[in-house]
Design a protein. Structure first.
Ligand code: HEM
Length: 384
């Protein structure tokens, strides 16, 4: 089937790298922005010495108009959104006001890019890696983190494993479009093939996620990594020079990844319960607008599950392939829920159990999302 790069390009997707940028993220900005690059390099030491807030407050106010092209804007948003979360959470008493030299460029840039002025998946994962050897592939054994907070190896691993999951799913967008095209052309064999490939892709995403255990320790994650990814405390923070009204934003979460939401959209997995729908939909506002449009485009496409049901008699193999795919997504979510419980619920002091960085009651939310995935399996005597 003929899904071309030109079909994916308007959605900011590359056939080889998926939702990761087609070109490796920039490691530096032009000279005018040196103060931001320097602050980024110093940030771990400044945080350790409890000096990050003061250093950020002294930042010069630079003009984002001098940023040229998407890659420079992405690097600037990575730095500024890291600074704002470091500013708020860098000392025990969270800040309630963001100083103007950070607030103004951050809010203007985030608005220009259709994003939010807080740490988020697209900045902190999709655009936060470099290859150790540019001749070798984007793979965990060839990746380093560009910008972190305390930058422990556990923190780097947490982000880089998420990059690895995105890379494992890089061909999913192409395959999802192929599946929809196959339905539109009533090509059962092509649809069956796509479902088979998608099952393998989701399996590789699960294998990548499982690698979290290798070098990200749950205790370190909970106490030293996760705090910087938190949502603002209600009623939000004031971005000085932008508005005197507090702005409330959710913290960083891979729930903001368009990859898993695209799989749901095309595989007819719907999250419509009170426990799941609000967060899933809210997270779309944190995706790059082109990625969000991709999820919505898939959602408006043909209903794959209904097509499988309609062809149950003349093409029973489709039902098995569909169930295998849903089974793989269910397995991915089973592992993810297990990780969330081990890395958050089991690390939390009694009474504080269970909130994700995106602010959900994690067992209720992740449990519902998983249940809604499993519920899409179709009854079949031949499916175990
Ligand atoms: C230590 C590792 C991880 C932990 C503790 C964790 C925890 C959580 C929690 C608590 C949520 C609920 C939303 C919130 O309040 O933030 C969530 C959502 C989500 N996370 Fe993770 N997560 C981890 C790694 C990952 C990775 C590597 C991915 C891969 C892309 C991922 C994908 C998702 C997705 C897609 C959601 C939305 C729910 C869904 O669609 O299933 N997470 N995560």
């Amino acid at each position: 089937m003929s899904v071309q790069s030109s079909t994916l390009a308007p959605f900011g997707i590359n056939p080889d790298t998926g939702f990761l940028p087609a070109r490796d993220p920039l490691t530096r900005l032009p000279a005018h922005f040196q103060a931001w690059d320097d602050l980024g390099a110093q940030l771990p030491a400044l945080l350790l010495a409890s000096q990050a807030r003061a250093a950020i407050a002294r930042m010069p106010e630079l003009e984002i108009e001098r940023l040229e092209g998407e890659a420079e804007r992405e690097r600037a948003l990575l730095l500024l959104s890291t600074f704002v979360s470091a500013y708020v959470w860098g000392v025990p008493k969270p800040a309630e006001r963001i100083p103007r030299p950070l607030a103004v460029p951050l809010c203007r840039l985030a608005e220009q890019m259709g994003r939010k002025p807080i740490i988020h998946h697209a900045a902190n994962v999709l655009n936060n890696w470099r290859r150790l050897d540019s001749a070798r592939p984007i793979r965990l054994d060839n990746l380093a983190l560009l910008q972190g907070f305390l930058t422990s190896s556990d923190e780097a691993w947490f982000i880089l494993v998420t990059v690895e999951v995105e890379k494992a799913g890089a061909s999913a967008p192409t395959e999802l479009l192929r599946a929809q095209e196959a339905i539109e052309r009533n090509n059962i064999a092509a649809l069956a093939k796509s479902l088979e490939r998608l099952t393998a892709i989701i399996g590789r995403m699960e294998a990548a996620l499982r690698r979290m255990y290798e070098q990200c320790d749950p205790y370190i994650f909970y106490h030293r990594v996760r705090p910087f990814f938190a949502s603002w405390n209600p009623p939000g923070v004031i971005y000085e020079g932008v508005s005197e009204r507090p702005q409330m934003y959710a913290g960083g979460s891979a729930g903001q990844s368009a990859l898993v939401q695209s799989l749901d959209a095309a595989l007819s997995v719907r999250h419509e319960s009170a426990a799941s729908r609000p967060f899933i939909h809210e997270m779309r506002a944190y995706m790059p607008p082109a990625h969000r449009r991709f999820v919505e485009t898939l959602e408006r496409g043909p209903d794959l599950r209904a097509y499988v049901i309609a062809h149950e008699t003349n093409a029973p193999q489709l039902l098995d392939r569909y169930n295998a795919c849903i089974g793989a997504l269910d397995q991915f979510r089973y592992l993810h829920l297990k990780i969330a419980v081990e890395y958050i619920s089991q690390q939390a002091p009694p009474g504080a159990e269970g909130k994700g960085t995106g602010g959900t009651d994690l067992r209720a939310f992740l449990g519902a999302v998983k249940k809604e995935t499993r519920a899409r399996r179709l009854p079949s005597e031949r499916t175990p």
